[in-house]
Design a protein. Sequence first.
Length: 138
Amino acid sequence: MSYDNIFDASYERVLAAGKDGTDFFESFYRHFLRSSELVSERFLDTDMEKQRRMLKKSFYSLIAFYASGAADNVLEKIAYMHSARELDIKPALYDLWLDSLLATVQDYDPEFNDNVELAWRLVMSLGITYMKFKYDHC
């Protein structure tokens, strides 16, 4: 089975899983906010409902970037807003973002294993590399 297929199957399981009435993206933010004091400080006065909606858009854009090899308008805007010129989201924070995402996938996917983790890392890494590059290049 290819990593694309492993990712797709895991993604379907994640979306189908409900955990105590908490959706996947809400759970992700719990993990992410606990990952670092810097992260929790950056989100201190943030409207988290709005933030979850934005995360969903960016998440789908990361998947689309992997599939197409090109950034869509949403990902381009997010990269610009996260750049050193705007919100100054340091590239190292994307590693915490990915680790938090994987912790959430592990919570939601009952079939989580090393291959599932690698599949998610492969799919997300292309877009994360784009975001890191754009930090200094916007």
